[in-house]
Design a protein around this ligand. Structure first.
Ligand code: KG4
Length: 336
């Protein structure tokens, strides 16, 4: 089964063709980062317009690279939630048009389910059930993946997402957008014990997290140093920040994996590319005999191959939509 998949939930327009869920025939991404970098973050209206400009040609390229004519497709899958609403709508409307004109089923895919499915592309032997730590610019959640299409949130952030926190702190340091990669690079060689940054605990909810205090403490530290004319040790600050984020995420993800007893923990989303988080997870899982699954770096960030993969399993479960499919800015992962 060949699925054309479309992803446009934030600042990457992506199209892919995926065969039988796990074989990526093509995966094309058109990034808008240069444009948003001018403003220090994603400007939703610009994102929507750039998706409109890119989506048709990108879908054509995905077909060409897959060596398929439109007649070789069996379904169209699309991210329909969550994301910037105008941006998601562009992909949803393109997918509806493609499904209608080609007479194909339309498969709605939850963006975070797609991020989780990136692990199936990297690890052919991975099958549910497992626990997945989902960390991106908009999401920070620990998900119980009971089956390919049955999932629920075990814990998550009460305020900011971890990626958003990386982006805001990096912006104040003048590192550009997105901030995670330069912060990660800067942290190499820094002393992670140099600056004490807070790791929040949510009373009565051991798997929940909070990053707003870390963000405020980091911004205060930077501003205080600027006001006093003191030079921050930037590599050590970035390393201390990365450690604080990792100290929030890793123990909770491991605790959730132990609680569910699946013996498998996967990681998903753009922040899954962070080297400190990856190495802390590797050490923590090795110490507790939990098998850790990390997606390949090219499938950590937004892409459409992961949507085509999850779309296949949604289709197997009978989850298709009509042309009245709506887009949603927020939507619980358990709803599909
Ligand atoms: O999954 P993604 O591409 O888009 C969303 O669905 O949000 O994630 C983007 C987020 C951004 O906040 C970016 O700064 C962060 O992932 N990110 C990283 C790293 N690479 C990307 N954060 C920390 N370390 C990284 N190496």
């Amino acid at each position: 089964m060949n699925i054309l998949a479309i992803e446009s939930s934030c600042d990457d327009t992506a199209a892919a063709v995926v065969q039988d869920g796990r074989t990526v025939l093509s995966s094309c991404v058109s990034s808008q980062i240069e444009m948003h970098n001018l403003y220090g973050g994603v400007v939703p209206e610009i994102a929507s317009r750039k998706h409109v400009e890119a989506v048709t040609a990108l879908a054509g390229r995905a077909l060409a690279e897959a060596g398929l004519a439109p007649g070789g497709l069996d379904a169209v899958a699309v991210t329909y939630a969550p994301g910037l609403i105008g941006a998601v709508l562009v992909g949803v409307n393109f997918a509806k048009g493609a499904a209608l004109s080609l007479g194909l089923p339309l498969i709605p895919v939850h963006h975070v389910r797609g991020h989780i499915a990136a692990n199936y592309l990297t690890h052919p032997d991975l099958e549910p059930p497992f626990v997945c730590l989902c960390v991106s610019g908009g999401t920070t959640a620990i998900v119980d993946v009971r089956s390919y299409t049955e999932m629920s949130v075990l814990g998550g952030t009460r305020d900011d997402a971890a990626g958003e926190c990386f982006d805001k702190v990096a912006r104040v340091l003048g590192l550009g957008y997105p901030g995670g990669p330069p912060m990660d690079k800067l942290a190499q060689g820094g002393d992670a014990d140099r600056y004490g940054l807070p790791v929040a605990h949510v009373a009565g909810a051991p798997l929940d997290m909070s990053f707003s205090g870390l963000k405020t403490a980091s911004l205060n530290l930077i501003h205080n140093a600027q006001q006093k004319g003191e030079a921050l040790d930037l590599p050590s600050f970035a390393a201390s920040f990365g450690r604080a984020v990792s100290d929030s995420l890793v123990p909770r993800a491991v605790a959730a994996a132990l609680e569910r007893s699946y013996g498998r923990l996967a990681v998903a989303g753009g922040v899954a590319a962070n080297s400190r988080i990856r190495s802390d997870l590797q050490a923590a899982c090795a110490a507790r005999s939990i098998r850790l699954f990390l997606p390949q770096l090219r499938y950590c960030g937004d892409n459409a191959a992961m949507i085509g993969c999850q779309g296949y399993y949604e289709y197997q479960a009978g989850h298709t939509a009509g042309l009245d499919l709506n887009a949603y800015a927020t939507r619980d992962i358990s709803l599909g």
